[in-house]
Every structure is written in structure tokens, then in C-alpha cells.
Design a protein. Structure first.
Length: 322
């Protein structure tokens, strides 16, 4: 694990390297950005670099520290991650006690708390004391996708490193090269994952996701034929995928947005579902106002389901309206 294995985030990496070269390393960092952007991976690469015995801006990957880090056995490194969506108070207490003891092998001790936002406010307050008066040998990296759930006093004690979605072209190149996807399918996955490298890889590796998409395209075809019986018959599919309904509805929204673009502009290069141009062309008989109305209906259905309005009623109403 090192910086070379990180896709994108060049500015963030350069900033961290510069802090090492200038001897201006912060005791507390906050890596903040949407889920799946690679924040945790970069936190690990930075931690390994800080612990490397050569003390340079890149880990040497050869010293005993680097070898122990890669094997998961470094005595001066610890990562705390949620279990079942929670980080227990006793785990935080153990971490605080560990911070109070000097390093065993390195000049410093490094701690990463992943998904820091799941910590209760009392646990955040306990850690705050350490952030206010950290031992000289301590570096703490907090990783979060929900900065609004953190105490303002925590934010004020950290150097914030902001992460942004990756460029689509970088994700597409990775999926084509390492996951043998054709460019159009890679483009769809990259757009659907909204710049999340982890999500893109997950979707590229999932035959189930691609099957769902094919089934949704078939269902949309049936719906646009105006057959109410076929519309209601598709309820089985939505019930079977109830746990992933947001993903299902997002696929539908992207589809109809593409249909809108294709019908209005006749443009194919900017379509997300570029590999389905022939099907979109066949469906382009639909009125533009109708397409806009469908997109509104699907987005409204997403909101209703989040509000715990009856699932079957919400989906059935949406299907019949389409």
C-alpha cells in the first residue's frame, strides 16, 4: 500500500507529501468527502508513510515498519472501524489509553478512525481532549462522509482534507483495463456511481447489478406500451429488490433523463446508457412533457419510500402513472 496505488486525488496527496517534506505534519487530520472515494485507502497510505523509518514523502516499502504495516502487525498503528454501524465507547476508551503510551518501534503512533461520524457525541467529547493537547508522537486521522455530524470543536482542531468525486475518464479507464468492461458499459457504471471508485468497482464486479438493469429496461419497455396489466405484473421484481429500491429507481431516473436528452438534442455522446441507444431510439416517440412527468413521479416515489409511505402503494402508483 502506497500513494502510487491511489487513483486520483493528486492535490490531496501532494498536500500530504508537502507537509512531510516541510516537517509541518498536523497531529490531527479530517479526511472528508462522499462515501467510496478512497479516503480510507489514502489514510492508510499516509499512515504507512508517517511510520516508515526512512522518513521521506513516500514509504520505502522495504524497512521493517513498512513490512509490518502491510502485514497488519505494526505495533504503533491502529485503525478503528464501525461494527454493525457503531463504534463502541469501550473501543474509544482503549484507543485513548493507547494514545497515552509511547511508541514501541517508531518515532510516532498513528491512529485512523474510519466513519468517525458514527461516534456518539459523548465519545467525540472524550477524544476532543486528546485533540486539544496531543502528545508529540501522535497523529490521528479521522475519516468521515458526514462532517455535519461532528462537533464544531472537533473540526476546529483538525486539518481538513476535502475529497471530491473522481473524474469519470479515470474510472472508465480503470474498469476497461482491470475489469474487462467495454467502454460504454464502463461509462454507465462510472456515471451511476457518481465518481465513487469503490462503488464503481463493486458494480463492475456484480453480475446481479447488470442483470437488474437489463430487467428494468424490459419493464420500462412494457410500461411505455401502456399495458396496465403488465405494469402491475412487474411488482414482483420491485418487491424482490425492495432492499435496493433506491438503486432500482436511480437506474430508472437515469434512463428517462437519457431519453429526454436523446429526444431533445439527438445527442448520444453524453448519454449515460450509451450502450442502449437503439432501445432509447425506439422509445423516443414519447412526448417531452410526459418524460419530465415520469422523472418527477420516480423522484417523488423515492421520497415517499424514504418517508415510510406504504411501499406497494408507492410503487404501484408510480408504475400506473408511467
Amino acid at each position: 500500500m502506497d500513494f502510487k496505488q491511489i487513483l486520483g486525488h493528486e492535490k490531496q496527496i501532494e498536500s500530504l507529501k508537502k507537509s512531510i517534506n516541510n516537517g509541518n505534519i498536523s497531529h490531527s487530520y479530517l479526511f472528508e468527502g462522499e462515501e467510496g472515494l478512497g479516503k480510507k485507502k489514502l489514510a492508510l497510505a499516509f499512515s504507512k508513510t508517517l511510520l516508515c523509518k526512512k522518513g521521506e514523502a513516500e514509504p520505502c516499502n522495504e524497512c521493517s515498519s513498512c513490512i509490518k504495516f502491510d502485514s497488519g502487525n505494526h505495533p504503533d498503528f491502529r485503525i478503528l472501524s464501525p461494527e454493525k454501524g457503531n463504534i463502541k465507547r469501550e473501543e474509544v476508551d482503549k484507543l485513548i489509553n493507547s494514545i497515552a503510551t509511547a511508541p514501541l518501534e517508531s518515532k510516532r503512533k498513528v491512529f485512523v478512525i474510519h466513519d468517525f461520524h458514527v461516534l456518539r457525541l459523548d465519545s467525540q467529547n472524550i477524544l476532543l481532549k486528546t485533540l486539544e493537547e496531543p502528545p508529540e508522537y501522535i497523529n490521528i486521522i479521522l475519516v468521515t462522509s458526514h462532517m455535519n455530524k461532528l462537533l464544531p470543536t472537533i473540526l476546529s482542531r483538525c486539518q481538513i482534507i476535502k475529497f471530491y468525486p473522481l473524474e469519470s475518464s479515470k474510472i472508465i479507464d480503470l474498469l476497461v483495463k482491470d475489469y474487462s468492461l467495454d467502454k460504454n458499459r464502463a461509462r454507465f457504471i462510472s456515471s451511476f456511481a457518481k465518481g465513487s471508485i469503490e462503488r464503481s468497482i463493486e458494480l463492475a464486479s456484480s453480475e446481479e447489478f447488470l442483470k437488474k438493469r437489463e430487467e428494468i429496461v424490459k419493464i420500462i419497455d412494457c410500461l411505455l406500451e401502456g399495458d396496465k396489466i403488465k405494469a402491475l405484473n412487474s411488482m414482483d421484481f420491485f418487491n424482490e429488490n425492495k432492499e435496493n429500491i433506491e438503486e432500482i429507481l436511480d437506474i430508472m431516473i437515469y434512463w428517462f433523463r437519457d431519453l429526454l436528452i436523446y429526444k431533445e438534442l439527438g445527442e448520444t455522446n453524453i448519454l449515460i446508457n450509451k450502450d442502449k441507444v437503439e432501445t432509447l431510439s425506439k422509445q423516443s416517440f414519447i412526448d417531452l412533457n410526459k418524460i419530465n412527468d415520469i422523472i418527477y413521479r420516480i423522484e417523488n416515489t423515492k421520497m415517499n419510500i424514504k418517508r415510510n409511505i406504504n411501499f406497494n402503494l408507492s410503487i404501484e402508483t408510480m408504475l400506473l402513472n408511467i
